[in-house]
Ligand binder design. Structure first.
Ligand code: GLA
Length: 337
């Protein structure tokens, strides 16, 4: 008798505010989106064989894979990372379909990892699923990413953004008003995380925290002036101020003060540009153009930076470019039926 059909779906995410804070025990405000990745297959055999609707070559991964980063083609690394973390007893044969643009900064890799883990039989809480997928991502890509992307995908809530405290790992739904839209606009610059400056930024934040104590515990960005190195000063200033901006956006959303939300998004972009230095002239020009458009409440680069996407909060219908995304539920799996 052949195995039952498994369908596992995991959403991508867009981050409304709070970038480069997750790996510093800070605050983030992403939302899972109604674009995502679906793995359909049967648990059988002693390897994972997945064909893709968007990639020419299948991912074929042995259950005892030793080095996920060496898997080929490139997208198979993420599958291999999950296999190496989960070590399932049975393989999987199936297909992967996605509505996410790959490499745009909407966490296509996190969605793939989370969906593959569920398809392979992961059974546990969303936080544990996210932690497994984060470890898989780090193994696959070599990038020391935080937990935001995988946790947003695993723990999404329809209609709400997620306030994630990356110290306690508490996730608090933050409902979005009905009369706003979230748009994601690609800069046209392919985001390159692996081998990029992400690890360097994280190391700088950790060096600053080694001197100042956890940046999360500071409220005043001016404390960064105590550091000797002007680069570390800027990096620490961004993280401390960004945590405060996440808090203020949560308060402003609850109060219906969208002007304040827009102002915080503008300040976040400026901080990522000037202090954290992860923007690009193309992203800056795109943000400038979008915020000058009537009905746009705020816009900022979203995710790691170095290219990728801008997120804009708008009045309904203000923009007709990019992707209109809605806050969606987190990952799910069905077996048989
Ligand atoms: C990438 C990482 C996340 C987070 C963002 C920046 O998306 O995967 O963990 O650090 O960059 O906020």
């Amino acid at each position: 008798m052949s195995a039952e059909v498994i369908v596992a779906h995991a959403p991508g995410r867009v981050n409304l505010i709070g970038d480069h804070t997750d790996y510093a025990e800070g605050l983030v405000l992403p939302m899972a989106i109604d674009l995502g990745t679906t793995v359909t297959g049967r648990r059988e055999g002693d390897r994972v064989v997945l064909a893709s609707g968007t990639e020419p070559e299948a991912a074929i991964v042995d259950l005892d894979v030793a080095d996920p980063a060496a898997a080929s083609p490139a997208w198979a690394r993420y599958v291999a990372g999950v296999v190496a973390e989960l070590r399932p007893g049975t393989g999987l044969t199936g297909t992967v379909a996605t509505t996410l643009p790959v490499g745009a900064g909407l966490s296509s890799s996190a969605a793939l990892e989370v969906a593959v883990a569920l398809a392979l039989g992961f059974d546990g809480e969303p936080l544990a699923l996210a932690q497994l997928a984060q470890a898989a991502e780090q193994r696959a890509s070599g990038v020391p990413c935080g937990i935001m992307d995988q946790l947003a995908s695993a723990a999404g809530v329809a209609g709400a953004a997620l306030l994630i405290d990356c110290r306690s790992l508490d996730v608090t739904p933050v409902p979005l008003p009905d009369d706003v839209e979230v748009r994601v606009v690609h800069s046209g610059q392919e985001r390159q995380l692996a081998g990029s400056e992400y690890a360097e930024r994280r190391a700088a934040v950790e060096a600053a925290a080694a001197r100042l104590g956890p940046l999360r515990d500071h409220d005043d960005p001016g404390v960064a002036d105590r550091l000797d190195d002007p680069v570390l000063q800027r990096r620490a200033r961004h993280v401390i101020a960004e945590n405060a901006r996440v808090r203020s956006v949560v308060r402003s959303l609850a109060a219906g003060d969208l002007d304040a939300v827009g102002a915080a998004m503008a300040a976040s972009h400026a901080s990522l540009r000037d202090d954290f230095e992860v923007s690009t002239p193309v992203l800056d020009a795109l943000v400038e153009r979008l915020v000058a458009t009537p009905g746009v409440i705020g816009a900022r680069l979203t995710g790691a930076g170095f290219g990728g996407c801008v997120v804009a909060l708008t009045r309904p219908g203000a923009l007709d470019e990019g992707w209109l995304v809605r806050p969606a539920a987190g990952a799910s799996v069905t077996v048989g039926g």
